[in-house]
Design a protein around this ligand. Sequence first.
Ligand SMILES: *Cc1c(COP(=O)(O)O)cnc(C)c1O
Length: 428
Amino acid sequence: MFDKSELAFKEAYRYIPGGVDSPVRAFNSVGGVPPFIEYGKGAYLYDIDGNRYIDYVQSWGPLIFGHCNSEIEEAVIETAKKGLSFGAPTLLETELAKEIVNLFDSIDKVRFVNSGTEAVMSALRLARGFTGKNDIVKFAGCYHGHSDSLLVQAGSGAVTFGAPSSPGVPEDLTKHTLLATYNDLESVKKCFAQSDDIACIIIEPIAGNMGLVPATEQFLQGLRELCDEHNALLIFDEVMSGFRATLTGAQGITEVTPDLVTLGKVIGGGMPVGAFGGRAEIMAHLSPEGPVYQAGTLSGNPVAMAAGLASLKKLKANPTIYVDLGAKAKRLMEGFKAAASAEDIPLVTAVRGSMFGFFFSDREVRNFDDAQASDTETFAKFHQGMLKRGIYLACSAYETGFINTEITDAMIEETIIAAYEVMREIRG
Ligand SMILES: *Cc1c(COP(=O)(O)O)cnc(C)c1O
């Protein structure tokens, strides 16, 4: 039933490293071949073998209105007809910027880029340029894109300075990245004790790249206090959680205000868009207003801006969708939990707005160590079983799932029924 995808994958493999343009898509951690997608419509994905799936990945987050939403589609087509790119200012950029500034208390000014990676990389440079300091603190298990200084893993022994997690990244770069433990304030204090050169702390306030692991309010408040005490900036990476957890991401949940925010995914409505913004005094350091250099040939691309704008306007016009999406996410996770417990399989779950996550584990997951202690083999079996039943879940135990507005209660029920079957199969 994956015959065509198998052939397509082999063919892709001959011309593209690993057959994919982003590693997770290769299905390495769950096995099998990735279905090659023919098209999407509403809540459904259709592959080239004619299989249909309920899509809980949604291009890894962006598609909060599902596939081929008519208003977003129309905005893209109408804008594309006027020209694809100019490398000159358009009204659309200001319009989208205005919407974002009005929405986020923490953002006075915002700049658009082409990906989440680029947004974070630029925000870090700005934080360093603004503070005149070099080191950054990041948390194990948080993902902020693939720029050099963020591809770090824990170094040896008691030191918190990171080591490169990929060949090709010089130690000279990662030595400026200190690694701390998520939801553990003491580990962050240790970083400040080791370095008086910390420019910023960057965090996913709702971590979505080690599975779904929200930060506690107390922890975020502690980070804010430490940053203020040491003249460092607090950066919320809301590339995933922005417009996902709530309309304003984690900032709709926490009292803590960051100095800089990075956005992506939903902000482009399916087109490649990233953004970073923050307090006016900080953003004023960005060129051409200030000395910190940052640029992009296709940044603020009109077609991408139009998609983002259409999507954001729909979200603002329907703020109650988060109640509905959240209720569905909760129902789904309760269903998975019941299905697992019917077979005595331990499962822990989390929900934040339209984001959901689950771990095959009997211990609460508060950080990356906890996440890594989960049973990824069982996850792989679960993923395969669900895929066969037309349920498209993220192909790694360390990813987050998403509900979109096209997913109905009946689809949630169908997914839960599939989960019961697969859990039974796993149990044998
Ligand atoms: C996806 C993601 C990124 C990277 O965004 P890309 O568009 O893939 O470069 C950065 N930070 C977080 C929190 C993300 O989820």
